[in-house]
Design a protein. Structure first.
Length: 176
């Protein structure tokens, strides 16, 4: 199905060309990928999970009102005020709805690692309002607050504004 004119042009272009001989070939081997230390990663994750105690209570750091809030000692009060007013753009969020306490703990640890690795500073954590729990009270709200207070990279957190989840979510400011 090749046009006669195209065939003439092709032969003129190729001219004296001859096929290459098929001799032994040398292929440059690709470098092997670096091994992923899976056991080391598992160990690090377990240490992080174990470092978050479920039994610590830091009453001094929490506001006494209904709204859950925390400000790391040494951080200016205006940081918490700015966080409440939406001064920082929420860069990522984690939804813990419907998870067990153990699952939520693991998800939170992994999410915080991801945020720190990627330089994310302001995040939202949706813990839910507990409407489907046995006592219709939030199960994860206080747990998440305690876990966050135990992490040095947490500068402050507060209840999210109504448009951002209200009592079922919190805004968290991490160290940069």
């Amino acid at each position: 199905m090749v046009d006669e004119d195209d065939l003439i042009l092709f032969r003129a272009a190729v001219g004296d060309a001859r096929p290459l001989r098929h001799g032994p070939r040398f292929l440059h081997p690709l470098p092997k990928p670096r091994p992923i230390p899976l056991q080391s990663l598992r160990d690090q994750r377990e240490v992080l999970i174990d470092s978050l105690s479920d039994h610590v209570y830091w009453a001094d750091s929490l506001d006494s009102g209904e709204e859950l809030a925390f400000l790391r000692p040494g951080v200016q009060n205006q940081v918490l005020r700015k966080l409440r007013r939406g001064h920082w753009v929420t860069q990522s969020e984690l939804d813990l709805h419907g998870l067990t306490v153990a699952e939520a703990k693991l998800e939170l640890v992994q999410f915080l690692q991801h945020c720190l690795k990627n330089g994310l500073r302001c995040i939202r954590i949706i813990h839910g309002k507990g409407l489907r729990s046995k006592n219709r009270e939030p199960v994860l709200k206080n747990k998440v607050a305690h876990w966050l207070m135990q992490r040095d990279e947490t500068l402050a957190f507060c209840q999210a504004r109504a448009a951002d989840g209200g009592g079922g979510a919190m805004l968290v400011l991490l160290k940069s």
